[in-house]
Design a protein around this ligand. Structure first.
Ligand SMILES: Cc1ncc(COP(=O)(O)O)c(C=O)c1O
Length: 402
């Protein structure tokens, strides 16, 4: 299969740090030095057979990979259109895709002789993955989490503490994911001996390339499984977008298959009015934040605007640079999905298939539920079910009076 322009852009970003005009390394000189060491280690080990054998062993025996794809027969029949399949990243150890990335980054940290990790988290999925990885590798770990998210995703806070991680509350601004990234980055600047395990495909170069590399296992497995189980690649591949790591992981498997329509479902929140959503692709503008250039939501003064989503893991005001380039080239589409649509999708999947999805993943599912009835029955939609919904049960119980 010929390499598409999008795949070439991603290869070039390893060298240049840029996906088209997006990405880069907007950090001060001291951090640049640390990031250069990280880039060198990543380039050295990413194709190293021993490194990859160790990672594959962890994927298979710690994560539980490969995760299956599942044909939602009941849901597809109920909708009366395209066939919906799920890539079951919820079946990873700890219940989300985040572990793919923390294992890869911790292995890099080990090769670099680092013994302390720092991470940010929104929903707590990345935080718990970092905590588990640190426990298993015998490393120390500090996780920054917005005070607001500590309240709304409490089960994950308990899990992190249980595994020996120190959880620090991010108390500035809206006290959600953006502030957790702000404070983790500040901690990293002050403690350059620490390894920053970034949880999404955002941040300064080389993080978007690193996170994409480790999450690409989602797309590679999915492509092989679709061909084995369905006989061809899907017509649509849909994933939710926080910073964009599960989506870029899924898309990576299909970028060169021009016939696959790639769709990112981003948080439309309560509405598309200012402050009511986190739809950076729909309403954002190219801006520098968190050390990279990407689509971010600005306020009237050009600062980063307050954002909102019912779902802590997608409540972020920007999107990673590769997605920004995929939007501009038209290779991927990005659509807002509203809170109530995500909650309905959460309930629908739980009740038709006995699978309780994370609220983040429910955004992708909601878009699949929207388009499936408009498509013929022989079309297929693959949805990345990035996580399981146990962490969201209290919120849904209150909302639905269960
Ligand atoms: C289950 C789950 N899915 C998706 C996301 C969004 O992150 P990303 O866009 O990096 O995949 C999160 C973030 O915490 C999450 O917990």
């Amino acid at each position: 299969m010929a390499m598409s322009e999008s795949s070439k852009t991603c290869e070039q970003a390893l060298e240049t740090g840029y996906f088209g005009p997006y990405g880069g390394q907007f950090v001060d000189e001291s951090l640049k030095k640390v990031l250069d060491e990280l880039t060198a280690a990543f380039l050295k080990y990413k194709d190293d057979p021993e490194f990859n054998a160790e990672l594959a062993e962890l994927f298979n025996h710690y994560c539980g990979r490969p995760t299956p794809i599942f044909h939602c027969r009941n849901l597809s029949e109920k909708l009366g259109g395209a066939q919906i399949y799920l890539k079951r990243e919820d079946l990873n150890h700890l219940g989300a895709h985040k572990l793919n990335n923390t294992l890869g980054q911790a292995l890099l940290a080990k090769r670099m002789g680092k013994t302390r990790l720092v991470a940010e988290t929104g929903a707590g999925s990345h935080g718990t993955a970092a905590a588990a990885t640190a426990a298993m590798f015998g490393m120390e770990c500090v996780v920054f989490m917005g005070e607001e998210d500590i309240k709304r995703q409490h089960p994950n806070v308990v899990r992190m503490k249980m595994m020996g991680t120190e959880v620090r509350a991010a108390m500035s601004g809206q006290r959600t994911l953006k502030e957790a990234v702000d404070e983790a980055l500040a901690y990293f600047v002050e403690n350059p001996d620490v390894f920053y395990v970034l949880g999404s495909a955002v941040g300064p170069h080389p993080y978007p390339s690193i996170v994409r590399h480790f999450q690409a296992v989602i797309g590679k497995e999915s492509r092989r499984q679709c061909i084995e189980q369905i006989g061809r690649v899907p017509d649509y591949a849909i994933a939710c977008i926080g910073g964009g790591s599960n989506a870029i992981g899924l898309f990576a498997g299909f970028l060169d298959d021009e016939e696959v329509t790639l769709i990112g479902a981003e948080p439309g929140g309560r509405s598309l009015d200012p402050g009511q959503h986190a739809a950076s692709m729909t309403l954002g503008v190219p801006t520098v934040c968190h050390g990279f250039k990407g689509y971010f939501l600005p306020d009237e003064n050009g600062d980063i605007a307050p954002v909102y989503s019912i779902s802590a893991g997608v409540d972020y005001p920007g999107v990673g640079p590769e997605h920004c380039q995929l939007k501009d080239t038209g290779r991927a589409q990005y659509v807002p999905v509203f809170d109530d649509e995500a909650v309905e999708a959460f309930m629908t999947l739980s009740r038709t298939e006995g699978i309780i999805p994370a609220l983040e993943s429910s955004h992708a599912l909601a878009h699949a539920i929207k388009i499936a009835p408009t498509l013929p029955k022989d079309k297929t939609i693959l949805v990345c079910l990035s996580g399981r919904g146990d962490k969201d049960l209290e919120l849904i119980m209150d909302l639905k009076n269960l």
